[in-house]
Structures are given as C-alpha cells and as structure tokens.
Design a protein around this ligand. Structure first.
Ligand SMILES: Nc1ncnc2c1ncn2[C@@H]1O[C@H](COP(=O)(O)OP(=O)(O)OP(=O)(O)O)[C@@H](O)[C@H]1O
Length: 288
C-alpha cells in the first residue's frame, strides 16, 4: 500500500514560502482531489513528490523513501503537468515508446485505445500538436502508465468540455480495473468531484482541510430562514459564511447537524461552492 507522508514540509523560492510546514498523509489506492486557490502550493507539493527538487526543510517520503534523486521511486510515479511534458522534437510514437519502456506497469493496449479515443496518430510530431492534443497525450501517458502513484496537475489545458468528460470517464474506468493512488489537482472542481474519494485543500502553503468526500458532503449545510431562528440554531456551530436579506438569513455551516428545525430550509452545496466558502479570506461578517 502506498503511503505518502509530508511532515513540516517547507519549500521556499528565493525567500518566498510556497509550502509552509505542511503536514499531511495520503494512504492507499484512491483518487485524491488536491485543491487550493492559485498559489496555494499544489504544484510545489506535486513536484516535491515527483522528486523534481528538494524541500527547504521538513520531510517528504513515499513508502519511507525520499523522492528526490531516487531513480527507482521515479518509475513508480507518473507526473503529468499542465504543459511541457514532452520533447518538441519527438513524435507521438516516440513518446509512447519511451513511456512504455520507463513505466513497469505500462498498458500498451489501453494506450492504443486511448490514442484512438482522443484521435491521436503515432506519426504526429509533438511540435505540430494543438494545446488540447498535447494535453490528450499527457492524459494517455498518465492513464496507461498504471504507475502506483499517478499525479495529474491540471492536465487538460486546451481540452474542450467533451474531451475533458472523456478524460474523467477513462480515468475512472482505468482506476476501477486497476486500483492505484491518483492525485488530481484541478480548479474545475464540480466537473471531477464525483471521482474524488478524498479531498485535500491547501491554503497559503498549509493544509486547510483533508477529508473523505462522503464526510465533506455529510458535514456541511446551507441553512435559510428567519434571522433570529438561524442565529439561535447556529450559535454553537462552525459558520463559514453568512448573508442577510430582508430579515432572512442564509448561512453555510461546516459542522454536523443532528436535529433540523422545522422552519429552517436545509440544503447542500456542490464541492466547488463549499470550496469557495472554505477558502474565502476572513472578511465576511454578518450581513455581508
Ligand atoms: N519556480 C518558482 N520560482 C519562484 N516562485 C515560485 C515558483 N514556483 C512557484 N512559486 C511560488 O510559490 C507559490 C506556490 O505556487 P504553486 O505553483 O505551488 O501553487 P499552485 O497551488 O499550484 O497554484 P496554481 O493553482 O495557480 O497553479 C506561489 O506564490 C508561486 O508564485
């Protein structure tokens, strides 16, 4: 079983902290959504995992081994970034061949099917591919690698909505027949949230929240009702957003609610809406 541990993990770029004493653990074969606003530190964490560079301080391990300068571990990790995945001088065929030699669990049949699905031809030159086709090639390598740890960092730049939907379906299909740890970073949360078994939110280089998706769904509520009733029912709860209009109050709570009040409307948010409230700066006050 794959175990990733980050302990007090800090990475600074020329004095600016991208990760700030981040402590988090990912365990087992599952699809994990790595979320966070722009600049939260997601790519930095993924690049540290992929062994691209060394942390400034703290520790990061994959199955008790450090990823930096670890050739054997890199064969177990397939990291697909949003761009610059492949040499421009190569052809699609060379990329596929190299990947098939590098990744021990490579699935050639799946790669061929995916090439067809995304309408890519092995003879095409990398520098002649459109942005979307380049993303498709990254996605194909990521899925067909069957690497025990597969990391996608916003891998769909330029892909239209229907091909993005194909990507999510194919990823899920492949994962279901061959379970592995998949970490997926995205800003298009609602498009992919059905895939996530677990969600980690980074905020300003720290872990803001790490939760099983089902728990996230269960543990939040949107409440609407008369201001006085809402105040009375939520004063002991963790309110993460509130607004008022004509004596009616709407609040979002991140908490468990055991009993519902008959005059209050209870609803759920999408993961994307919940994410927005969870990571909002602390400027919201009653009535705003
Ligand atoms: N190579 C670099 N040199 C200098 N600063 C960097 C570098 N890479 C990232 N940073 C800084 O580190 C912080 C975290 O960046 P990172 O790319 O990890 O965030 P992110 O969560 O992936 O953001 P986004 O969602 O916008 O891709 C940002 O302030 C960014 O400006």
């Amino acid at each position: 079983m794959t175990v990733i541990k980050a302990d007090q993990l800090t990475k600074s770029y020329k004095g600016e902290q991208a990760l700030d004493a981040l402590t988090v653990q990912f365990e087992g074969d599952k699809i994990i959504g790595l979320l966070g606003k722009n600049g939260a530190g997601k790519t930095t964490l993924m690049r540290l995992l992929a062994g691209h560079f060394k942390q400034t301080s703290g520790n990061i391990t994959i199955n008790d081994q450090e990823p930096f300068n670890n050739y054997f571990l890199t064969r177990d990790i397939c990291f697909i970034q949003e761009n610059n995945n492949f040499f421009e001088k190569f052809k699609v065929n060379e990329v596929i061949q190299l990947a098939s030699q590098f990744y021990p669990n490579w699935d050639e049949e799946e790669a061929n099917q995916l090439l067809k699905t995304f309408q890519l031809n092995r003879k095409q030159k990398i520098n002649a591919l459109s942005k979307g086709m380049l993303s498709a090639l990254g996605i194909i390598v990521g899925i067909a690698s069957h690497a025990p740890i597969t990391i996608f960092d916003e891998p769909y730049i330029g892909l239209d909505a229907s091909y993005r939907s194909v990507f999510y379906d194919k990823l899920l299909e492949s994962y279901q027949s061959n379970k592995r740890m998949i970490i997926l970073s995205t800003h298009l949360i609602d498009e992919v949230s059905r895939l996530f078994e677990e969600v980690a939110i980074l905020h300003e280089g720290k872990l803001h929240l790490h939760e099983i998706s089902e728990q996230l769904k269960d543990n939040h509520w949107l409440l609407r009702g008369k201001k006085e009733t809402i105040d009375q029912e939520t004063n002991h709860l963790n309110v993460i957003h509130s607004s008022e209009f004509l004596g009616k109050k709407t609040v979002v709570v991140y908490d468990t609610i055991n009993e519902q009040h008959e005059t209050i409307e209870y609803d759920k948010l999408s993961l994307q809406q919940l994410f927005v409230y969870l990571t909002k700066e602390e400027v919201a006050q009653d009535g705003q």
